[in-house]
Design a binder for this molecule. Structure first.
Ligand code: ADP
Ligand code: MG
Length: 365
């Protein structure tokens, strides 16, 4: 059962030469948390606004909670859609109190009771008579969230909800939002340009570039088995290598040696491939088969992130990003030995999944 369905949705803004988004097909399962992840300008907000009904599709179809809300024959106004939205800047009414903001779209006798309920849900009880300017950023966000939840929608949309919060508050809000969403029993779509936030909060991540979906999957699928070079490099750090499929199904011959690989997309032996090797795939070990000189190092507490220079048989050198256990005693200039484990080695599409006409320009956005 899906709460949000998009079929081949495209949208071009007036005066623009290219589509803001195109070919968007997406099924979002009821009760899940999904993040639209991608760089600035890739079309994330546009997709939210299309779902909410603040924009109309040029082509394609959108259904919310099983009801078609936008296609060539149908148009359901935003207020009649089963959707609540939290805007990036919160968009609170400055002249209204917290309770006034939250109850804005509510009618009828149970209005006051519902305001109290959602205020309790988002942990704002006691602040009903304050004005937005008398609240902290985190509290304002809770008011925006409470307003979006007030009508008890099937779906809630949140545009970059963490971008204005500092790191500590961000961690707290991510946990809080998970709790609130599961307690309210709703489906949530987040927009984010931050891969860490997306990994932490989502059941499903949809990676977007230039208005086109590059990959959709669980955080683990996206990180471990990226489909193409954009996803591999945008979501976490990686090493991209050219190679050739080995004679067996699970090895790839590259310039740095033969690497084990479990995710080969059933490529045939001898075919040219591109591989993504995450830093965690290089495991530092005294009897490691490969070695390289440490040229850069940063200690994060959880890991040591190092760049090593490998000298290849043809005497060229090649940079690799590797990740070592924080207890390893490694310094700049040291020679480290390491092996490769297959867990984070994946064959990927060397090109972006689909190129759109916007590609070159928007890389610099
Ligand atoms: P994101 O939220 O991922 O940063 P947006 O959906 O806001 O991206 O924008 C996608 C593209 O559409 C961008 O190229 C942006 O400049 C353009 N765009 C967004 N809103 C409008 C608008 N109202 N009019 C014209 N172009 C727009
Ligand atoms: Mg945006």
């Amino acid at each position: 059962m899906y709460d949000i369905e998009l079929r081949q949705v495209a949208k071009k803004y007036k005066g623009s030469e290219t589509d803001a988004v195109s070919g968007i097909t997406l099924d979002i399962r009821k009760g899940t948390i999904v993040t639209l992840l991608g760089p600035s300008g890739c079309g994330k907000t546009t997709i939210l606004r299309l779902i909410a009904g603040f924009e109309r599709t040029d082509t394609g179809e959108i259904a919310v909670a099983g009801q078609v809300v936008d296609d060539r024959k149908t148009w359901v106004a935003p207020e009649a859609r089963d959707v609540g939205m939290v805007f990036q800047d919160y968009a609170l009414f400055p002249h209204m109190t917290v309770a006034g903001n939250i109850g804005f779209a509510l009618k009828g006798r149970s209005k006051q009771q519902r305001i109290r309920e959602v205020m309790r849900l988002v942990d704002l009880a006691g602040l009903e008579n304050r004005y937005p300017h008398e609240l902290s950023g985190g509290q304002q966000q809770r008011v925006a969230l409470a307003r979006a939840l007030a009508k008890n929608p099937a779906v809630i949309l949140l545009d970059e909800p963490f971008s204005n919060l500092d790191t500590d508050l961000r961690t707290v809000m991510i946990d809080e939002l998970k709790r609130i969403i599961s307690q309210a029993g709703i489906t949530a779509v987040f927009v984010s340009h931050d891969q860490k936030d997306a990994m932490t909060i989502s059941d499903q991540i949809v990676v977007i570039r230039d208005g086109i979906i590059q990959q959709s999957g669980t955080p683990r699928e996206i990180y471990q088995f990226p489909d193409n070079v954009f996803v591999a490099t945008f979501v976490g750090q990686t090493n991209i290598l050219d190679g050739m499929m080995g004679a067996d199904d699970n090895s790839i011959i590259t310039e740095i040696g033969t690497l084990p690989c479990m995710h080969t997309h059933s490529v045939l032996a001898g075919e040219k491939v591109c591989v993504s090797v995450r830093p965690e795939s290089f495991v530092v070990s005294r009897d490691g088969k490969m070695s390289g000189k440490v040229v850069r190092l940063s200690y994060t507490g959880k890991t040591i992130d190092a760049t090593v220079d490998l000298t290849l048989p043809d005497r060229k050198t090649r940079n690799l990003h590797i990740s070592a256990h924080p207890e390893e005693l490694i310094g700049i200039g040291d020679l480290v030995r390491f092996n490769v484990i297959p867990d984070f080695v994946a064959v990927i599409n060397c090109r972006y999944l689909q190129q759109s006409s916007r590609s070159a320009a928007s890389l610099h956005n």
